[in-house]
Write a protein that binds this ligand. Structure first.
Ligand code: MLT
Length: 407
């Protein structure tokens, strides 16, 4: 499972004659981090209550950088494999002050009974170790585009709404929008590398994503769309406009921004790439989750979003990070969107792409409408679907194509 990280300070007594944190002390700290994870979760006696004990079968530690007394280290825990009687946990220790990777550990645990024989991992323990799978919108079709199979949720008939999800998410982000706008066809693909779409090792860029979408529209016989992009989906929408503008009859930019990454942002992408190589998608999910949702978001929604991210394919995550890092600035494009009816939506508590970013886009695009949704963070359509659909519905109505959504 992906859990909240825990931090410890290095004590002089943990160090060797050279003043470094001693290699054997790491083993103790990794173990303490696991205990802390239990203490902050179901309790230190959790396994005992379930009648099993997790015996360590193997631990491999990679020492990457020294740590010294007084430095704080942050330990992140991720379960990377859950078997019938065993599980594997990867732990990553970073120096808090500069995020330097200090060490990683991978441990295999076997659940044993009091008599010492291997026993199945109890369901409650399994549920704690790995998040529940996200409820998915079953894609109704798979469409082959540029040699890659994309999953597509395709509902309704009429002019098309094309929903483009963010990173590292999938089409289920739009589950409250699928098929709910009478008179409209909703097209919700999983981008290459994410959700149920193929995840090739190479070939990720904003241009590729945008061309995939154009290819997908060709494949399903749609000429033009109201394009709805959230966050990275918005970055893709800008690229789609640069490359396929005649196919955009309306634009909805949700929780996104027009600026390219700053130098610091690009560095952050590199760190995330290193993290996903080490800890897989669950580690990325753990890191992103606290920034995605409004503080009032209910726990089941948090778990759903966590599971959606934790299920992402590593090549897809790496590809999306590189594509976002290398994307061009789109602020110069905004004034040229004058002829395209545009709605900009943002969660009032979006910490990744702020309401301020949304306001600047609304000012820069002539005639654009702005809707700020309260009690929503970065994933407004999932957090406050009713409000989001109301804004989208009245925007669609203003286009004169179809009635507003039901419910
Ligand atoms: C997203 O939600 O798509 C990403 O968080 C966007 C980003 O990281 O810039």
């Amino acid at each position: 499972m992906t859990h909240a990280p825990v931090s410890f300070t290095v004590y002089p007594g943990d160090c060797d004659a050279f003043g470094h944190l001693n290699q054997a002390a790491f083993l103790v700290l990794f173990e303490r981090a696991r205990w802390q994870m239990l203490a902050e979760g179901p309790g230190m006696d959790f396994f005992e209550r379930e009648g099993v004990w997790p015996a360590v079968r193997r631990t491999v530690i990679d020492y990457q950088a020294p740590a010294f007394p007084g430095q704080a280290l942050r330990f992140q825990q991720v379960v990377t494999r859950l078997g019938r009687t065993s599980f594997t946990m990867r732990q990553v220790a970073r120096r808090v002050s500069d995020e330097v990777l200090v060490a990683t550990a991978e441990s295999v645990f076997v659940c044993i009974s009091r008599a010492g024989s291997a026993v199945p991992v109890p369901p409650a323990v399994a549920a704690f170790l790995l998040p529940a799978p996200a409820p998915v919108v079953a894609p109704q079709r798979r469409v082959s585009v540029h040699g890659v199979e994309l999953a597509l949720d395709d509902r309704g008939t009429g002019p098309a709404l094309l929903f483009v999800h963010g990173y590292p998410l999938d089409g289920t982000l739009w589950r409250h929008q699928a098929g709910v706008f009478p008179g409209w066809r909703t097209l919700i693909p999983d981008l290459r590398g994410l959700g149920r779409s193929d995840a090739p090792d190479l070939g990720y860029s904003m241009a590729t994503y945008a061309d995939d979408l154009a290819g997908l529209l060709d494949a399903v016989g749609v000429d033009d769309v109201v394009l709805v992009g959230l966050s990275m989906g918005g970055y893709i929408a800008f690229e789609f406009l640069r490359r396929h503008r005649p196919r955009v009859r309306g634009l909805v930019l949700a929780d996104t921004r027009a600026q390219a990454d700053s130098a610091e942002g690009r560095k952050g992408r590199e760190t995330a790439m290193a993290d996903v190589r080490l800890g897989g998608a669950p580690l990325i999910a753990e890191q992103m989750l606290p920034r995605l949702l409004a503080p009032t978001a209910p726990d089941p929604l948090r778990e759903e979003v966590r599971a959606m991210m934790a299920a992402a394919a590593v090549p897809g995550i790496l590809g999306a990070l590189a594509a976002m890092r290398d994307r061009p600035d789109s602020t110069g494009l905004l004034p040229s969107l004058a002829g395209i009816p545009t709605l900009i939506v943002v969660g009032a508590e979006d910490r990744l792409t702020s309401p301020k970013d949304a306001e600047s886009m609304a000012k820069a695009i002539p005639g654009a409408r702005l809707a700020v949704i309260s009690d929503a963070g970065h994933l407004a359509p999932l957090e406050q679907p009713e409000a989001f659909n109301q804004h989208l519905g009245s925007f669609l109505e203003s286009l004169g194509n179809a009635p507003p959504p039901a419910g």
